[in-house]
Design a protein around this ligand. Structure first.
Ligand code: COA
Length: 387
């Protein structure tokens, strides 16, 4: 029985910062951000877009193409949670009128959350082949104004529909994992901004990639050349480029060129959107599918990483006709129609979005009609509305 990804929905808010503008404002050489970090732009969420609203908007991208009554599981992976108790899944379920007879909950392990959900969804569909599962990763990466991490911020959500006989990517059996209790990136309950040891984090990420990639190849009796492409968790594209360099090291020319070309295709969306934490690996998968000229049966390796830290490598095969399931022009429109912010506007929006909502004060959104947004709290209950 084949189980895998049948639909991919993506959302990012309607504002962005250009990295050249940010470099000038921070007295940095623009090439440090464009080449050294590998980022061209980053999406900015104002106070009306949060993990929940972005997750609803990402799922809405494919909602009219699925049978709602078959959804038996809804998992929400995030590290930008809006409540310590109630899961974001329930807000999404309510907004999208999904059936009451489903299991709905939230998971957390930094940027690994969506992968954790995807693996649970795969097992769920294997046991319940007549049902489907929705898995969402949704986050806002905030490090702080004038910090080294500022250039690696972003906001967005990816939603996946998992089912049997999937139309996009069949997930293969097996996976290799590696975990350790370390402090490379974390966000304590008393902070709205992430704490990070960025250089250490890159070292650990690369070490976990090498370990899980080697273990996976051994487990499945595969060589580097067997992969058409490898996609990576991509908090900023330079980090993933370093992992791809490990993958092509010592390979024949054709393998090295292919993995390099596919990496270029996979990094396109992330370089424009920035870090979306849990969704980052899957934004790079979406970008690969939309720009990588893949063929049916192509083997794609996926490296998931969550700080703290947890790494997993697994793979999938591309399904015939996968292009018909994607909405490349819709994704382009979402990214290209964002409004460019001045650095002063960005700093104001950033500061405003850190403040807790004033209870009873309604918020208004400037997103396009049909978009869901956070409309403020009433009696400390979060309100989500559609424009
Ligand atoms: N032209 C081209 N490249 C340049 C450059 C220029 N003018 N100036 C600097 N660079 C390169 C550096 O050589 C370096 O490349 P390298 O990584 O290949 O060595 C890169 O740009 C970054 O420069 P660096 O001085 O290391 O940047 P920094 O100290 O400002 O911090 C991060 C960069 C990534 C460590 C920081 O942004 C960060 O901590 N981000 C958060 C990371 C994170 O979220 N980790 C957890 C998620 S898994």
């Amino acid at each position: 029985m084949s189980v895998g990804i049948d639909k991919i929905g993506f959302f990012t808010p309607n504002k962005y910062v250009d990295m050249v503008d940010l470099a000038h404002a921070r007295n940095e050489d623009p090439n440090k951000f464009l080449i050294g970090i590998g980022q061209t732009a980053m999406s900015i969420a104002d106070k009306t877009q949060d993990a929940v609203s972005m997750g609803i908007n990402a799922t809405l991208r494919y909602m009219d193409k699925i049978d709602k009554d078959k959804v038996g599981l809804l998992i929400f992976g995030t590290e930008s949670s809006v409540d310590q108790s109630k899961s974001a899944s329930l807000f999404v379920k309510n907004a999208l009128n999904l059936p009451a007879s489903m299991r709905a909950f939230e998971v957390k392990e930094a940027c690994f959350g969506l992968t954790a959900g995807l693996m649970m969804a795969r097992d769920f569909v294997r046991v319940h082949p007549d049902q489907t599962a929705i898995v969402i990763g949704s986050d806002i990466a905030r490090y702080g104004i004038k910090t080294p991490g500022e250039v690696t911020q972003g906001a967005g959500s990816i939603s996946l529909l998992v089912k049997d006989n999937p139309s996009i990517l069949e997930l293969n059996d097996g996976h290799s994992d590696y975990s350790e209790d370390i402090n490379d990136f974390w966000r304590p309950n008393n902070s709205k901004l992430a704490k990070v040891d960025g250089k250490y984090s890159t070292q650990v990420y690369l070490d976990f990639f090498s370990k899980t990639f080697e273990a996976y190849k051994k487990q499945k009796n595969l060589a580097n050349k067997d992969f058409t492409a490898i996609t990576y968790h991509m908090p900023f594209t330079k980090m993933a480029l370093k992992a791809n360099r490990i993958a092509i090291e010592g390979q024949d020319e054709a393998t090295s060129q292919r993995l390099t070309d596919k990496f270029e295709a996979a990094k396109k969306w992330s370089s424009l959107v920035g870090n979306i934490y849990t969704g980052s690996l899957y934004l790079s998968l979406l970008s690969l599918l939309e720009h990588g000229n893949l063929k049916a049966g192509d083997l794609v390796g996926l490296f998931s990483y969550g700080s703290g830290a947890m790494g997993e490598f697994y793979s999938g095969n591309v399904v015939l006709g996968y292009e018909d399931q994607l909405d490349k022009s819709g994704d382009e429109e979402l990214i290209n129609s964002r409004r460019k912010l001045s650095i002063a506007e960005y700093e104001q929006i950033f500061t405003d979005s850190l403040a807790d909502p004033q209870d009873g004060v309604a918020l208004l959104s400037d997103e396009k009609p049909g978009t869901w947004y956070f409309a403020g709290t009433k009696d400390d209950i979060r309100q989500y509305k559609k424009i």
